[in-house]
Design a protein around this ligand. Structure first.
Ligand code: NAP
Ligand code: GCO
Length: 267
């Protein structure tokens, strides 16, 4: 197999969850350009319709479905439908996620559970639904979208950090349990990426100056900028392709160097 073929996703079916916009949309679009057939889901019909239109505009015929990834029965039905209408899923990206920025002592247990449900329980549910067919087919790729918060903590994101730290370990466990079936499960840990999820952290101040958190991230990132969803495409294509067949249980941080950096020394 040539070097180019190893990176190709031609003939593969990829399911990217929560991919009507943002990081999921960019990753799915990159997969399509590498030859994969794209399937995505979102929680509302309106978002699925918007997603399909956005893919169409990019020249991609994506298959969109409404499905809440926290609901096991609905996910099982979705996977059966995809297998019937599109084909067996070769690549799964667990991308759908939410965040609640609330100081821990002000957060209710219900709010904490909601975050864990979408960011940790759902990747378990969706992975579990696709693995049996991957085993039968003889190969499979699962990519879990982790976070800086898989490694670091910060004020107000206790549930998110607990979920993303857990997702890192779920990644290693899936790799350990199913590696012998030629299934690779890896994570991508995006740094701070400009999407609707992080828009509140980038809002301009009333006087037109940059949000203090925005300034903090620029100072904390050796690349001195926020990431774009497109920054995640190359790493995702690599982890979805045969070029990464001996990479398993790894989290690839795509963070402009944040995790390598102690921070600026006082002037
Ligand atoms: P986003 O803009 O908020 O997009 C997340 C998508 O997931 C939305 O389409 C959302 O739909 C969908 N979703 C939420 N709950 C769902 C559910 N129960 N079932 C199905 N779909 C659901 O987020 P993003 O910034 O692109 O982030 C994508 C992933 O990357 C997330 O896992 C996030 O935690 C992670 N991440 C983001 C960053 C960053 O800096 N942006 C950094 C590291 C990791 P709704 O619009 O209806 O909520
Ligand atoms: C926050 C952010 C982060 C990022 C991302 C970092 O409030 O600190 O939302 O959690 O979204 O996950 O990798």
């Amino acid at each position: 197999m040539s070097y180019e073929e190893k990176f190709s996703l031609k003939g593969k079916v990829a399911l990217v969850t929560g991919a009507s916009y943002g990081i999921g949309f960019a990753i799915a679009s990159g997969f399509a350009k590498s030859g994969a057939t794209i399937v995505f889901n979102d929680i509302k019909q309106e978002l699925v319709d918007k997603g399909i239109a956005a893919y169409k505009e990019a020249g991609i015929e994506a298959h969109g479905y409404v499905c809440d990834v926290t609901k096991e029965e609905a996910v099982n039905e979705l996977v059966a439908k995809i297998e019937k209408e599109v084909g067996v899923i070769d690549i799964l990206v667990n991308n759908a996620g939410i965040i609640k920025r609330i100081p821990m002592c002000d957060m209710t247990a219900d709010e904490f559970r909601q975050v864990i449900d979408v960011d940790l329980n759902a990747p378990f549910i969706v992975s579990k639904a696709v693995i049996p067919s991957m085993i039968k087919k003889g190969h499979g790729k699962i990519i879990n979208i982790c976070s800086m918060m898989s490694e670091l903590g910060r004020e107000t994101v206790s549930a998110y950090a607990a979920a993303k730290g857990g997702l890192k370990m779920l990644t290693k466990n899936i790799a350990s349990e199913y590696g012998e079936f030629n299934i690779q499960c890896n994570g991508i840990g995006p740094g701070y990426i400009a999407t609707p999820q992080t828009a509140p952290l980038r809002e301009k101040q009333a006087d037109g100056s940059r949000h203090p958190f925005d300034q903090f991230i620029i100072a904390k990132t050796p690349a001195a900028r926020w990431g774009n969803p497109e920054d995640l495409v190359g790493p995702a294509v690599f982890l979805a392709s045969e070029a990464s067949d001996f990479v398993n249980g790894h989290v690839l941080y795509v963070d402009g160097g944040i995790l390598a950096y102690i921070g600026k020394q006082p002037q």
